[in-house]
Write a protein that binds this ligand. Structure first.
Ligand SMILES: [Zn+2]
Ligand SMILES: [Zn+2]
Length: 275
């Protein structure tokens, strides 16, 4: 019943992220659809693919069907996106879940308000449900390819480091209701960077509170001083795009990067709204 209801809702929208819930035809960055309203600013307007993006009352609304635009062993076997699981060095193994279309909806504040917290080691324990400052439990963030970006935590009793061994080669996997998601750095976002003509920019996505998730460098290529970063590799800075235009003014963002010992998305919401 639930999936039928979602499908009916999806079919009422314009062409774009939500409407395309076809699980069998091949889905790629070229054909995944998505619409961008005229008032959506950069970098969202250029970077969010496979989703419908609009500005509503000071929020960036992102809608998508949450279907990854690349091959995955987690697609149903009759899907053109289905591939066999790659065990890599033999340590990776498939989880029992299968990708399903969702109704992903995030309203992310365009001008978020800081809570005034400092993200300390004590807050960042890589386990869900241990702090009121964590991201909410449903859609926590969105990857630039329109798929879910989950916080860098595992459900209570699970180990995120163990979970990582069930990632497909795009560093994503579905949970038990078929919600495909990433937890941090991933080649799917790198493919978006290539598709928008900025292959050197590591822009992974946004968390629900407005926290930007980046890779090792700032978007304009500026190096990051590890001494500036908090316990989830975050700090506040004005971020320029690769062409020198301002992307975000004094914005908290996290650097998911091996160099800083952390490739996961953040765990703690720095801002007060949206999550
Ligand atoms: Zn997961
Ligand atoms: Zn930075």
């Amino acid at each position: 019943m639930t999936s039928l209801a979602l499908l009916l809702v999806a079919c009422t929208t314009d062409d774009g992220g939500l409407a395309d819930t076809d699980l069998t035809s091949e889905r790629t960055l070229d054909n995944c659809g998505g619409t961008v309203s005229a008032d959506v600013p950069e970098p969202y307007a250029t970077w969010f693919l496979c989703a419908d993006v609009a500005v509503v009352d000071g929020y960036l609304n992102v809608y998508s069907s949450n279907l990854p635009p690349h091959p995955s062993p987690y697609y149903p076997t009759d899907s053109d996106n289905y591939v066999e699981f790659d065990t890599r060095t033999g340590e990776w193994h498939q989880n029992p879940n299968t990708i399903a279309a969702q109704e992903l909806l995030l309203s992310i504040p365009l001008e978020p308000t800081a809570k005034g917290i400092t993200v300390t080691e004590a807050l960042v324990d890589v386990e869900a449900g241990t702090s009121d400052e964590e991201f909410r439990t449903d859609w926590q963030g969105v990857t630039v390819d329109g798929t879910a970006l989950f916080a860098g935590v595992a459900a209570p009793g699970d180990d995120i480091m163990e979970e990582e061994y069930t990632f497909d080669v795009y560093e994503g996997h579905p949970q038990n209701t078929g919600v495909y998601h990433h937890h941090g750095t991933n080649p799917a976002a790198v493919a978006v960077a290539e598709a928008v003509g900025e292959p050197d920019v590591e822009f992974y996505g946004l968390m629900c509170d407005g926290t930007v998730v980046l890779g090792c460098d700032e978007p304009d290529g500026t190096a990051v001083d590890a001494a500036d970063l908090d316990a989830q590799s975050g700090h506040v800075a004005t971020l320029l795009g690769p062409d020198g235009t301002t992307w975000f003014t004094d914005r908290y963002h996290a650097h998911a990067c091996d160099d800083f010992g952390r490739t996961l998305a953040p765990e703690i919401a720095y801002y007060s709204d949206g999550c």
